[in-house]
Design a binder for this molecule. Structure first.
Ligand code: HEM
Length: 438
C-alpha cells in the first residue's frame, strides 16, 4: 500500500501540530485521527510505518512476533551491544532467563526497605521552601535503587561521577538528527562512554574478587551474581548491566516525574491521595495510589513506542502490507489515547482504573487486551514491570507522607520525546516537610 495519509491537507495539519507542540506527538495524533491505525511517516529520509490499537499491538507482540526483529544498527544497539533489549532469538532468551529470577515478583519484597531508604536519603537533602525539580530528584532515587537492587552497589558517593556519563548515554540513544542521517557526526560522547564502561567493569571486578575471597553470600544472589555464575565474559556482563541501568532507571525517572507533574496539575487528586495515604494502615497503600500510577502510565507511557524491523512481510488492517526490511513502530502512546477505546482519552482520570479493569467506552465492557500496554506484552514484555510499579508505589507514598508538594510550573510542562517521554522543562516543585523538627 502506498504511503497512507500524506495528502496535502494532512501535511499542513501535521506541520501545524508540530509547530504548536514542538514535539512529534502532535503530528502523530493528527496522522492517527486523519488516517487511522496504520500509517507511514511522510518525511524525506525517514518513512517508518506506525501501527497502534489492540489488534495491531497483539500482532506485533504476540501472534506474529516472529516476523519482527528488535534492532539492526542504531545508536541503541551500538551502545548496548549484546544487551537483552537489542538481541534476538536464543541469545536474547539466554540473557533474559539469567536475569528474570532477580526481578521475579516473589523476590521484590526484599527490595522494599532499600527503596524507602534511598528515597529518604535523597529527600533528606531538601530544605523547607526549596524548589526542586522532580525530574532530577526522581532520577537520583531511581538510579540509587536500580544500582543497589541489581548490582549490590550503594551508588550514593558515585552519583556525581556517573551522572553526566549516564545523561550522555541517554542523549545518545534519544531520537535526533541521526534518524534522518545515520552517519551524522556525533562528537563528545566517547570519553563519557569510556568512563561508564570503566565504572561497570570495576563493579564486576570487585564482585569477582569478593567471590574468590568468599565474601559474598550466594544465598540471595542479585542480578550481577546470576550473570557471573553463568560464566558470561565481562564484556557481555557489561552489556546486560548497562541495559538494565538505562532501561531500569530512565523509565522509572519519567514515571515518577510525570506522577508529580500530573498531581501538580490536579490538586484535588493530590489532596485526596495524601488524605487516603495518611488514613491507610501502616504498610498498606490506598487503591487511589495504584490508580494514579496506572493513569499516569496511560497518558505518558515512558516508553511510548516500540521499535522493530520487519523480517518477513506482514499485513495489518485491511490488507495493508509492510515489506520485509521496513522499520515499524507500535505506538503505545496512540493506543493509550485512542478515542475509540478511551472516554475522554486526554483527561487525567485515575478513577477509570477503579474497578480492577479498565473500562471501555460504553458501560459494562472491559477494555480489550492490549489496549493498555505501558510495559509492552508477550514474551518480551518489560522484565522490570513489577519492580518498576512497586518502586513507584513506595517512593510516591513515602514522599507524599513526608512532604507537601506545591507545583511551580504546572501548566508549562510538555512531553519531550527523548529515550523516554519526559516532562520538560522539568517538574519544578516547592517542597516543605510535613514533619517539622520541633
Ligand atoms: C515504569 C517503569 C517501566 C516502564 C514503563 C517500562 C516499559 C517497557 C516497555 C514498554 C518494554 C517493551 C518495549 C518493546 O516492546 O519494544 C520494556 C522492556 C524492557 N524493560 Fe522496561 N519499563 C520499566 C521499568 C523497567 C525496569 C525497572 C527494568 C529493569 C530493572 C526494565 C528493563 C527492561 C528490559 C531489559 C526490557 C527488554 C526486555 C526484553 O526484550 O526481553 N524496565 N520496558
Amino acid at each position: 500500500m502506498k504511503n497512507p495519509g500524506a495528502d496535502p491537507e494532512t501535511g499542513r495539519e501535521v506541520l501545524k501540530a508540530f509547530l504548536a507542540e514542538k514535539s512529534p506527538l502532535g503530528p502523530l495524533r493528527v496522522m492517527a485521527a486523519r488516517v487511522g491505525r496504520f500509517f507511514q511517516v511522510p518525511l524525506p529520509f525517514f518513512n517508518p510505518y506506525i501501527v497502534f490499537g489492540p489488534e495491531a499491538v497483539r500482532k506485533v507482540l504476540v501472534t506474529e512476533r516472529k516476523k519482527f526483529i528488535w534492532r539492526n544498527q542504531d545508536p541503541v544497539a551500538e551502545l548496548l551491544r549484546r544487551g537483552v533489549l537489542v538481541t534476538d532469538g536464543e541469545e536474547h532468551d539466554h540473557y533474559r532467563k539469567l536475569m528474570e529470577p532477580s526481578l521475579h515478583p516473589g523476590q521484590l519484597p526484599r527490595y522494599a526497605e532499600m527503596m524507602l531508604r534511598q528515597t529518604d536519603r535523597v529527600s533528606a537533602a531538601w530544605k523547607d521552601g526549596q524548589t526542586v525539580d522532580m525530574l532530577v530528584e526522581g532520577r537520583k532515587i531511581a538510579l540509587l535503587i536500580v544500582m543497589d537492587a541489581l548490582f549490590g552497589v550503594d551508588a550514593w558517593d558515585d552519583l556525581p561521577k556517573v551522572w553526566k556519563p549516564i545523561l550522555k548515554a541517554i542523549d545518545y540513544i534519544s531520537p535526533g538528527a541521526w534518524i534522518l542521517w545515520r552517519n551524522f557526526p556525533r562528537p563528545g560522547y566517547k570519553k563519557h562512554f569510556a568512563s561508564l564502561d570503566a565504572y561497570l567493569y570495576k563493579i564486576i571486578a570487585t564482585r569477582r574478587a569478593q567471590n574468590l575471597a568468599h565474601e559474598t553470600s550466594r544465598l540471595k544472589p542479585d542480578l550481577l551474581q546470576h550473570l557471573i555464575d553463568a560464566n558470561l565474559p565481562d564484556e557481555r556482563i557489561r552489556d546486560q548491566m548497562l541495559t538494565m541501568l538505562i532501561a531500569g532507571h530512565d523509565t522509572s525517572t519519567a514515571l515518577l516525574a510525570w506522577i508529580f507533574a500530573l498531581l501538580g496539575q490536579h490538586p484535588a487528586v493530590q489532596a485526596r491521595l495524601v488524605a487516603e495515604l495518611d488514613a491507610a494502615p501502616e504498610g498498606e497503600h490506598p487503591p487511589l495510589l495504584d490508580q494514579v500510577i496506572k493513569e499516569t502510565l496511560r497518558l505518558y507511557p515512558p516508553i511510548h513506542i516500540g521499535n522493530r524491523i520487519v523480517a518477513e512481510t506482514v499485513t495489518f488492517g485491511e490488507g495493508q502490507t509492510i515489506p520485509s526490511g521496513a522499520r515499524l513502530f507500535y505506538s503505545i502512546y496512540l493506543t493509550h489515547r485512542d478515542p475509540a477505546i478511551w472516554e475522554n482519552p486526554d483527561s487525567f482520570r485515575p478513577e477509570r482504573f477503579a474497578h480492577g479493569r479498565t473500562p471501555l467506552k460504553g458501560a459494562g465492557q472491559a477494555t480489550p487486551p492490549m489496549a493498555y500496554v505501558p510495559f509492552g506484552g508477550g514474551p518480551r514484555a518489560c522484565i522490570g514491570a513489577a519492580f518498576g510499579q512497586m518502586e513507584a508505589r513506595l517512593v510516591v507514598a513515602r514522599l507524599l507522607k513526608n512532604f507537601d508538594f506545591q507545583p511551580v510550573n504546572p501548566q508549562k510542562i510538555y512531553p519531550h520525546m527523548g529515550a523516554t517521554l519526559e516532562p520538560r522543562p522539568g517538574v519544578f516543585t516547592l517542597v516543605t516537610s510535613r514533619n517539622p523538627k520541633s
